[in-house]
Write a protein that binds this ligand. Structure first.
Ligand SMILES: [Fe+2]
Length: 535
């Protein structure tokens, strides 16, 4: 017997105008999930996002012949793909069972139905769509810092339930999850339970749409593996990075004409979050753990993209920001600027998406560093509506996934939050020394790069929605239009107990533009020169 989890049923609160009004209280879901054969279901792209998909789920214990039965909409089920069982025992002795099925040989831009099952257990059905290839329009979404959705856990709130609803509403091809997923590490004695709540809350979307994660400081769980990544690495199957020990920590994949690069900033940040929630005797500060491997991989990846005629755009996403003027959050980290930004500039990365500070902040286009500063990125254009990212990258903090705390109070005195000027005094806290304890930055700078912030201090939540327009012909202009939607706080209907999901509100938008890579004979950076000549 197959239990249907209907995507449309999940969206039962969608009105004629498309607004989400109410959905079930999913933070109550773990009790339900425990009676199911499979829970915490999520899908992730494989090495080739157009032809490979991983289906992953958790079971309460060992199961016989875990597998995925694959089919097509309206065509029934055929192929069965066996799943690999991976377990880990967390610091407090709780064992987690994950099942991972790697499905290959799929057709690009194609929708499949699947059923997750094992012997003697009811199946659970989902759908997925593989990535498109070539220059086609598509949508992706992004935020970090979501939490479990269960408000009884530290750092979590019911707004994570709204966040899941909204990703489904915007219906992206892929959702970029910019680190700080469950916040299990601030609920030390209940880490597997917190992860379960996170994965069950996101399941209604993540079982149908790839939520592709980056590692945040809250994925570092002291006591769970040498880097604290045991939970993360056991729960996710992600595109390869040619390393054995650091599989899934950083990776890339291509969707249409966009290369997405997920980076682990814990490897390079100066700020010491330390996974310190076990106390200083058991803290983990893991800066430098890859010994430069991640940086080498990044350069190789960007070098290849530079010469790949199918890549127009490079979108890097990661957790801690290189630029943030939040006063209640963490601020900027020089380690990121030193490690990644020279490569971002060299190979023309267009967008850099982050989380960590629970707010929204967008930079001007930046390229190079201001002399005599902490590698402060140099503003190359003050245009905030149409930005030629072949001239400079745009860095965006999207840390409003759904946590219980907000950081949307910014340094400086400019109540209008307009473009920076010496008069308004907008500054950024900057970490410039290895091991600087988080939230106690050792330096500061004028935040000349800050273009747009969301100063609504009553709520930090929201999502970035990005629409790719591939252009029409070789060498044509291509664009990525972004709208940031912020979201009022979710509430609970006292009569029904249901979550009342507020509608997202468009707050900020801009369009990134560049020339298509296929119009020029040389590399992607040659296209930049051609774009400048064309202007
Ligand atoms: Fe964080």
């Amino acid at each position: 017997m197959t239990q249907l989890v209907s995507r449309r049923g999940f969206l039962g609160g969608v009105t004629a105008s498309g607004l989400l009004l109410a959905g079930p209280a999913f933070w109550r879901q773990p009790a339900i999930a425990a009676t199911q054969s499979a829970s915490q279901i999520h899908i992730t792209f494989g090495d080739d996002a157009a032809t490979e998909m991983h289906v992953s789920w958790s079971t309460a214990g060992s199961v016989s012949r875990p597998r995925v039965r694959l089919g097509t909409p309206g065509g029934g089920f055929g192929l069965e793909i066996p799943a690999e069982t991976v377990t880990y025992v967390d610091y407090y002795g709780v064992e987690t069972y994950m099942q991972h099925a790697r499905i290959r040989g799929l057709r690009p831009a194609s929708t499949y139905v699947y059923s997750v099952l094992s012997d003697g257990a009811a199946g659970v059905q989902g759908t997925f769509t593989t990535a498109p290839v070539g220059r086609v329009p598509f949508r992706f979404t992004s935020f970090g810092d979501i939490g479990s959705g269960n408000p009884s856990w530290s750092k979590s709130s019911i707004n994570a339930i709204t966040a899941t609803n909204q990703i489904e509403q915007f219906n992206p091809v892929v959702h970029l999850l910019n680190g700080d997923l469950s916040y299990a590490n601030v609920n030390q004695q209940s880490m597997p339970a917190v992860w379960a709540d996170f994965a069950n809350n996101t399941q209604p979307s993540a079982m149908n749409t790839p939520w592709m994660p980056a590692l945040g400081n809250h994925e570092v769980e002291a006591g769970n593996g040498p880097l604290g990544y045991l939970s993360y690495q056991t729960r996710y199957r992600l595109p390869g990075n040619h390393s054995r020990s650091f599989q899934g920590n950083w990776y890339s994949y291509q969707v249409g004409s966009v290369l997405f690069v997920s980076l682990d900033n814990n490897d390079v940040v100066y700020a010491n979050d330390g996974g310190a929630y076990f106390g200083t005797t058991n803290a983990l500060y893991i800066r430098g753990y890859s010994g430069g491997l991640q940086e080498q991989w990044l350069e190789r990846t960007l070098q290849q993209a530079n010469w790949d005629p199918s890549v127009d755009w490079i979108v890097a996403y990661m957790h801690q920001p290189a630029m943030s003027s939040s006063s209640s959050g963490s601020g900027s980290d020089l380690g990121i600027r030193q490690s990644w930004f020279p490569l971002f500039y060299k190979y023309g990365v267009d967008l850099v998406l982050c989380g960590h500070d629970h707010d929204y902040e967008r930079s001007f286009a930046v390229r190079g560093t201001d002399p005599g500063t902490y590698d402060r990125p140099t503003v190359v254009s003050f245009d905030t509506t149409e930005v030629d990212t072949s001239e400079g990258l745009v860095h965006i903090v999207l840390g409003g996934g759904g946590t219980s705390s907000h950081d949307d109070v910014y340094e400086g005195t400019d109540s209008a939050y307009g473009p920076w000027s010496p008069a308004n005094g907008l500054i950024s806290q900057v970490y410039t020394e290895p091991g600087a304890f988080k939230a106690v930055a050792d330096s500061s700078e004028d935040a000349t790069w800050s273009a747009v912030r969301d100063p609504n201090t009553t709520y930090p939540w929201g999502v970035g929605v990005f629409d790719v327009d591939p252009g029409r012909f070789a060498g044509d202009k291509t664009s990525i239009s972004m709208t940031y939607y912020h979201t009022p706080a979710a509430t609970i209907d006292s009569a029904t107990g249901n979550i009342v999901n507020p509608a997202p509100i468009a707050y900020d938008s801009f369009t990134a533009v560049r020339r298509r890579r296929d119009g020029w004979g040389g590399s992607r950076m040659d296209a930049r020169k051609a774009s400048a000549a064309h202007a």
